[in-house]
Design a protein around this ligand. Sequence first.
Ligand SMILES: [Zn+2]
Length: 90
Amino acid sequence: MSASMNNTKNQGVEMSAKLKHQVQQGSAAGGGNVVPLSKCKAEGCSKKSEKMDFCNEHYDWFKFGLITKEGKKPTDFDKKFMAYKKHKAA
Ligand SMILES: [Zn+2]
């Protein structure tokens, strides 16, 4: 962060590039296996699928039992979601 003192012209560019990075978080993380272009199955989600036809977030849901393989919510979704949030906060 100290090297930009004598290079003020580039500072603005640097800043906006950083902001951009924050917005599209986790996009390039953990690649490796080829995934067919498809959308996340979860209801109301329009993100690109990353694993098992879910986006990263909904794959987490799936692992936690918040959502079925078909992208549907279980009847006790609310209860599970509360537990999930607690789990995430811990
Ligand atoms: Zn999703």
